[in-house]
Design a binder for this molecule. Structure first.
Ligand SMILES: NC(=O)c1ccc[n+]([C@@H]2O[C@H](COP(=O)([O-])OP(=O)(O)OC[C@H]3O[C@@H](n4cnc5c(N)ncnc54)[C@H](O)[C@@H]3O)[C@@H](O)[C@H]2O)c1
Length: 264
C-alpha cells in the first residue's frame, strides 16, 4: 500500500479490461486516478468504484485519436491538478482486416490513429505537466508489437510503432525526470478479447491457445496491472526504454508445434 501516495496517475481506456484493473490497482496504492475513456459511462463507473472504496478518482472523456479532444482533456486536467506523475497510455483497439491487399484503408487508419497516434498525442500534451519530478509513462504495446499475427498488419504495425516510440521517448526524457517503458501483454481475458474470441471460431482458438500456452491459460487484467504498477512506482527507478512481456511464457519458445510434440 502507498506505493503511489501523493501521485496523480492518468489511465487512458480506464473503463474496461486492462485499463480498469490498472486504475483500481493504482487507487489501492493511494494514487489520485484520472480515468479517461471515449466511453465516459464506463470511466465514470470505475471512478465511482474507486471513490466508494475510499480512494480518489475523477472520470474524463477523451478520444485519444483526436488532437482537439486530447488538448481539451489536458486543459481540464491542468485546471484541477498542477502535476501528473504517471501516465498509462492504454486505450487501444484491435480488429483483424485480412491480408494487406485486402486490408481496408479505413481500418488501417483507425487502428493507427487510436493505438499509435493516440499514444503520441496524449504523451505530447501531458508531458509538460510531468517534467522534472520523477514521472513515469507506460505505453501499452503487445506481443503483436514484437512479432506478427495473421491478417493484422495494422495492429502489428501500430503496436510495433508503440514499442519503438517508447525507446525514443525514454532517451529523449531520461534527463528530464521521466522514465518511459512499454508492456507487451499476450492474450489477456478482457472484453476486447471476448469480442475477438466470442464466436464459434473464437472458442476453437481459445481451446488451442490454452493448449499451446506454456501456462495453459489466458492472462488476467490484474496480472498486467501489477507490472504496470511496478513500472509506475519507484521500484523501477533505474528502468527506462524497456518493454516487458506479460504473456505466461508465450514468446519464450521458438515454435508452438515443438511445444505440442514434446510437452512435459
Ligand atoms: N486483451 C489483450 O489480450 C491485449 C493484448 C495485448 C495488448 N492489449 C492492449 O491493451 C490495451 C487495453 O486492451 P483491453 O484488452 O483492456 O481492451 P478493452 O476493449 O477491454 O478496453 C479498451 C478501452 O479503451 C477505450 N478506447 C478505445 N478507443 C478509444 C479512444 N479512441 N480514446 C479513448 N479510449 C478509447 C475503450 O472504450 C475501452 O474502455 C489496448 O491497447 C490493447 O491493444 C490487449
Amino acid at each position: 500500500m502507498g506505493r503511489l501516495k501523493s501521485k496523480v496517475a492518468v489511465v487512458t481506456g480506464a473503463g474496461s479490461g486492462i485499463g480498469r484493473a490498472t486504475a483500481l490497482r493504482f487507487a489501492e496504492e493511494e494514487a489520485t486516478v484520472i480515468c479517461a475513456d471515449i466511453n465516459i459511462e464506463t470511466a465514470e463507473a470505475v471512478s465511482e468504484e474507486i471513490n466508494k472504496r475510499g480512494g480518489s478518482s475523477r472520470a474524463f472523456y477523451v478520444d485519444v485519436s483526436r488532437e482537439e479532444s486530447v488538448k481539451q482533456f489536458v486543459e481540464e486536467i491542468k485546471s484541477q491538478y498542477s502535476n501528473v506523475h504517471v501516465l498509462f497510455n492504454n486505450a487501444g483497439i484491435d480488429t483483424a482486416g485480412g491480408k494487406l491487399h485486402e486490408y481496408s484503408v479505413e481500418l488501417w487508419d483507425r487502428i493507427m490513429d487510436v493505438d499509435l497516434r493516440g499514444t503520441f498525442l496524449v504523451s505530447k500534451y501531458l508531458i509538460p505537466l510531468m517534467l522534472h519530478q520523477g514521472a513515469s509513462i507506460i505505453n501499452c504495446s503487445s506481443v503483436s508489437g514484437l512479432a506478427a499475427d495473421f491478417n493484422r498488419s495494422g495492429y502489428n504495425a501500430a503496436k510495433g510503432g508503440v514499442t519503438n516510440l517508447t525507446r525514443t521517448m525514454a532517451i529523449d526524457y531520461a534527463r528530464d525526470g521521466i522514465r518511459v517503458n512499454a508492456i507487451a501483454p499476450g492474450t489477456i481475458d478482457t472484453p476486447l478479447i471476448e469480442k475477438i474470441l466470442g464466436n464459434d471460431e473464437g472458442a476453437k482458438f481459445r481451446n488451442v491457445y490454452e493448449w499451446v500456452d506454456p501456462m495453459g491459460r489466458l492472462g488476467k487484467p490484474e496480472e498486467v496491472a501489477g507490472v504496470v504498477l511496478f513500472l509506475a512506482s519507484d521500484d523501477s527507478s533505474y528502468v527506462t526504454g524497456e518493454c516487458i512481456t506479460i504473456d505466461g511464457g508465450h514468446m519464450a519458445y521458438t515454435w508452438p508445434g515443438v511445444m505440442l510434440n514434446s510437452r512435459p
